[in-house]
Design a protein around this ligand. Structure first.
Ligand code: GLV
Length: 343
């Protein structure tokens, strides 16, 4: 048994917590189920830890690793994205970083299609309309939206989640294109450079990881190149979009709408977004299926215990990318990015 505790930044639910408690390791859990530890609490509680199981709300950086001490062996993220973790700083201290790919792929693709349906068929607006109890009668233009069938979906970041979304979109009768390396069609999905995709797609859905090269991947210039009726869906990471530019474009109806599960300055929401009726907003719930969340917690725990018990982690992440991910699949050509992993 490792000499030191395993710090868990949130209660991960009954089954995962039971496994942790029976692991033989000393386990310290942040007591608040819903709120993350503050930075001060984090720095205090990681002191002496051999492992940290963390959510995406906590910055895991050099200062924190040093505060933990040289016995820290593993940082296991309960997320697929690891942009909150300084993987380079971890590596240079011999700390293994892991994530939870695959287990949340379907849940996230489901939410992306849900946001698209809500936006295109104006479901949230229509619900709010009925709740206002205004008199209404059926009419041919009442909440007229856009069909999915026949629309072109452009997937930016064609990894596991992008592929799962493509499967769903094709079932709805959509044509699917992707900003991915190579040319021609793969699995019925036509690959093309990002600029061409932006000018072609009716719906643009983001599934790229956040890194130095993908921050503001979609800014004023990219929005200007979209079709006037385009909608954008983001279930990946907020900073992929320049939110000021997006709000401007939505306000003046330069594009038709946006479905956003993630935000540039999360948990803050751009006040402009809250005033618009052509957006559907959800609070970063892409993986929030009960079964998915349990699978994520179990995978993170397995990863942490595997490192502490000296067997290999299942899904490690390195500065070269996540070994569980398909590296070529998330390249976004022409934006000059070709990073691994996905969000
Ligand atoms: C969620 O955003 C994740 O990265 O798992």
């Amino acid at each position: 048994m490792a000499n030191g505790h395993l710090y868990v930044t949130r209660d991960l639910g009954p089954e995962p917590m039971q496994i942790l408690r029976e692991s033989g390791h000393e386990v310290v859990v942040h007591p608040d189920r819903d709120l993350p530890p503050t930075r001060e609490e984090l720095l205090e509680h990681v002191n002496g830890a051999v492992g940290i199981i963390t959510l995406l709300t906590e910055a895991m950086d050099a200062e924190l690793f040093d505060r933990a001490g040289p016995q820290l062996k593993v940082v296991a993220a309960v997320s697929v994205g690891t942009d909150n973790i300084d993987v380079h700083a971890a590596e240079s201290r011999g700390i293994t970083v892991t994530n939870t790919p695959d287990v949340l792929t379907d849940a996230t693709a489901d939410l992306a299609i849900g946001l698209l349906l809500a936006l295109n068929r104006r479901i949230v607006e229509a619900d709010a309309f009925l709740r206002r109890s205004e008199p209404w009668s059926w009419g041919p233009r009442l909440f007229l939206g856009r069909d999915l069938a026949g629309e072109t979906l452009g997937i930016v970041g064609y990894g596991r989640i992008g592929e799962a979304l493509a499967t769903r979109a094709r079932a709805f009768g959509m044509r699917v294109i992707a900003a991915a390396s190579g040319s021609g069609s793969r699995g019925g999905v036509e690959r093309m450079p990002l600029d061409e995709l932006l000018a072609t797609a009716d719906v643009i859905s983001l599934h790229a990881p956040l890194n130095g090269e993908t921050r503001h991947l979609i800014g004023a210039r990219q929005i200007a190149s979209m079709k006037p009726g385009a909608v954008i869906i983001n279930t990946a990471r907020g900073p992929l979009i320049d939110e000021d530019a997006l709000v401007d474009a939505l306000r003046n109806r330069r594009i038709r709408g946006a479905g956003l599960d993630v935000f540039e300055h999360e948990p803050a929401i751009h006040p402009g977004l809250l005033e618009l009726d052509n957006v559907v907003l959800t609070p970063h719930i892409g993986s929030a299926g009960e079964q998915t969340r349990t699978r994520m917690a179990l995978l993170a725990i397995k990863n942490a215990l595997a490192v502490l018990d000296h067997s290999g982690p299942l899904t490690p992440v390195s500065t070269l990318g996540s070994t569980g991910s398909r590296r070529d699949a998330v390249t976004v050509p022409s934006a000059g990015v070709g990073k691994q992993g996905e969000s």
